[in-house]
Design a protein around this ligand. Structure first.
Ligand code: TUI
Length: 316
């Protein structure tokens, strides 16, 4: 299985399954578990200072001999130093998020790093492939958790597939074999999942965070921060109510940004799921159990032929 898959061949991995590079919880623990299970684990640099990221990379190197990646959050104040650490550590795969990584691509390609930006639009996908030489792109729909664009996975993936000549990884709203089969039907050749890995045994998120995700239903998430230019999908709670009230009142961007500062860590590490920012995708409503990473990946991959058959049966 997957011997000819372009992403497995490009990255030398067993299964075409990426773990989304989540800030604060996409740690070496989770990334190495995903890589050891045959997927691509990704350390989420988020707003992490470069020295801390370097420690995570070294930990991951100690825990897996398989390829793993780092996600660079382009809005981070430390992005330049983070880039230097990535070059120094000779990281094999970099994904980027929350912006346009064009200026950083040449330095990464120089060290032989595969560069795979997350895109939320066809225009950026085209630009990054044609002008910057991105090796693949992750087309991420608005179903995702955290920072989001506004096009759904269903509409975005086939349009990106048609627009570029590199492999496309589908992300947003995928958490089981049916989602993987759908992504393949849309022309993607790999998937990226974040939410599913949050409720894994290896994810270091506080137990309150995981339980809040397990309780979520289909309509439990909201997107806040559209007015600040940084829309973020999170589980509705006291924080989002306060945010929405201020947004409606037309509060200045600085006030809204101040309200959001430090809130992700408050949820992921302190376990305050009412005042913290509980980033998660719309598929959270389907997540009902905490499993080891290896089991998550194997269940999805083993269920894929059945899911593809089921789709075929609709044509009988
Ligand atoms: O990056 C993510 N998800 C994230 S980053 C994050 S940390 C954060 N916290 C508060 C505010 C902002 C970030 C939490 N979750 N996903 C990848 C992603 N990238 N989704 C959408 C985009 C994106 C959006 C616009 C990528 C490029 C883009 O282009 C802008 C441009 O310049 O054309």
């Amino acid at each position: 299985m997957f011997e000819q898959n372009p992403i497995c061949r490009l990255l030398n991995i067993k299964y075409p399954v990426f773990q989304g590079g989540m800030a604060w919880i996409g740690t070496a623990e989770l990334a190495s578990a995903v890589s050891n299970a045959g997927g691509l684990g990704i350390i989420g640099a988020g707003n992490m200072p470069a020295d801390l990221l370097q420690k995570e990379i070294k930990k991951a190197k100690g825990w897996t001999d398989k390829p793993f990646g780092v996600n660079i959050m382009l809005r981070s104040p430390f992005v330049k130093d983070v880039m230097n650490v990535i070059v120094e550590e000779r990281v094999k795969v970099v994904t980027t998020g929350a912006g346009n990584p064009a200026e950083y691509v040449p330095a990464l390609k120089e060290i032989g790093c595969k560069v795979i930006p997350v895109v939320a639009s066809v225009a950026l996908a085209k630009r990054l492939v044609a002008r910057s030489g991105a090796d693949a792109v992750i087309a991420e729909g608005t179903e995702s958790g955290g920072h989001v664009g506004d096009i759904t996975t269903m509409a975005l993936v086939p349009q990106v597939v048609d627009a570029v000549d590199v492999p496309v990884i589908a992300a947003g709203g995928i958490a089981d074999s049916r989602g993987m089969a759908a992504a393949f039907s849309l022309g993607a050749c790999a998937i990226q999942m974040g939410s599913r890995f949050v409720v894994s045994e290896e994810c270091i998120a506080h137990p309150n965070y995981k339980q809040f995700v397990l309780k979520a239903r289909d309509r439990s998430t909201v997107v806040t921060g559209r007015s600040t230019g940084a829309p973020v999908r999170v589980l509705a709670n006291k924080l989002t109510k306060e945010f929405e009230r201020l947004e409606k009142e037309g509060a200045p961007v600085e006030e809204l940004e101040k309200l959001g500062t430090g809130r992700l860590r408050m949820a992921t590490h302190d376990g305050d799921v009412e005042k913290g920012s509980v980033m998660i995708g719309q598929i959270a409503g389907m997540l009902n159990d905490i499993k080891p990473v290896k089991k998550i990946i194997e269940d999805i991959v083993n269920g894929l032929p059945g899911a593809l058959d089921a789709a075929g049966k609709a044509c009988d």
